[in-house]
Design a protein around this ligand. Structure first.
Ligand code: NAP
Length: 283
């Protein structure tokens, strides 16, 4: 098996039908990492409900998954609206009788100097990343508690493990997601709700490549530089395992946590990054 490309991560590693009968809600599941998660969960037999704002993201994801014979549905949702979140979650529970897995993946991001970050920009990112994660988790709680358990996997990051300039909004929000994960894991364990987080390293999705272009002369590395040779150089020098990650690398961890293998795992924050942040932490 080679590990020098994404091929190994793309080959199926879970048994077919592993998640048969499960119902999963994936926020922001129509693009990038969320789409990779939605596709894998559906491939393994779950019915995946994808929730986000833009119809073009939802429609394309639904068409892709169902054209391969897997089960999915879509619902428009802005995770910043707690009443709408509750309504969507209750509709899913009514339609399917249960919700086994919530993947909090929706997020917004962009580079901005903290000194000039507007209150609205700060609010937008913190509300999507942190408040949205809380609203969705709180909404699924009564359903999972009543059905005898469930799994919540929230999407964090690694940039807040050190200082990361120009990203105060997202790093603060994701640090909050980590704290929320640990607190809910303990608080909701009696109801057998396992609460974990995943912390992806750099995955060159279209979303981050648009959002992560640091202002010139900011000193922040342009890790998602459009030029392929620059990306290859970063992978070689900045990522110990020598390659960029793919949505499937991240999705595999979600499938593991959703499977019976995740039965005794709660409160964990799983870094999936080819060793990138540890290498950055070296002097
Ligand atoms: P992406 O493709 O831009 O994904 C973000 C998703 O969130 C989109 O599908 C978007 O869909 C949805 N979304 C945004 N605002 C929303 C809202 N208010 N309500 C509901 N949905 C909303 O980026 P990505 O790279 O796949 O990132 C996915 C997750 O991984 C994020 O949590 C991100 O912070 C995390 N992450 C990514 C990386 C990376 O390198 N890619 C690294 C660390 C962590 P709509 O526009 O349709 O709403």
């Amino acid at each position: 098996m080679t590990d020098s490309t994404n091929t190994a991560a793309h080959a199926p590693v879970f048994r077919p039908g592993l998640l048969d009968g499960q119902v999963a809600l994936v926020t922001g599941g129509g693009t990038g990492i969320g789409l990779g998660i939605s596709e894998l969960l559906a491939e393994l037999g779950a019915h995946v409900v994808i929730a986000s704002r833009k119809p073009e993201h939802l429609d394309a994801a639904l068409a892709g998954i169902t054209s391969r014979g897997h089960k999915a549905s879509i619902v428009p949702l802005d995770v910043r609206d707690p009443e709408r979140v509750k309504a969507v979650v209750n509709d899913i529970a009514e339609a399917h009788g249960r919700i086994d897995l919530l993947v909090n993946n929706a997020a917004g991001n962009f580079y901005s100097p903290s000194a000039t970050l507007s209150p609205n920009a700060w609010k937008a990112v913190v509300e999507i990343d942190l408040y949205g994660t809380f609203y969705c988790s709180q909404a699924v709680y009564p359903i999972m508690a009543t059905q005898g358990g469930g799994r919540i996997v929230s999407t964090s990051m690694t940039l807040h493990y050190r200082g990361w300039p120009l990203m105060a909004h997202a790093t603060a929000a994701k640090a909050g997601v980590d704290a929320l994960t640990k607190t809910l894991a303990v608080e909701w364990a009696p109801e057998r709700i396992r609460v974990n987080a995943i912390a992806p390293g750099p995955i060159p999705t279209e979303g981050v490549r648009k959002a992560f272009t640091p202002p010139a002369a900011s000193g922040v590395p342009d890790v998602f530089a459009a030029a392929e040779e620059k990306m290859a150089e970063y992978a070689r020098k900045g990522i110990p395992l020598g390659r960029w990650g793919s949505p499937r690398d991240i999705a595999n961890m979600v499938a593991f946590l959703a499977s019976p293998a995740g039965d005794w795992i709660t409160g964990g924050i799983f870094v999936i990054d080819g060793g990138e942040w540890l290498a950055k932490a070296q002097p």
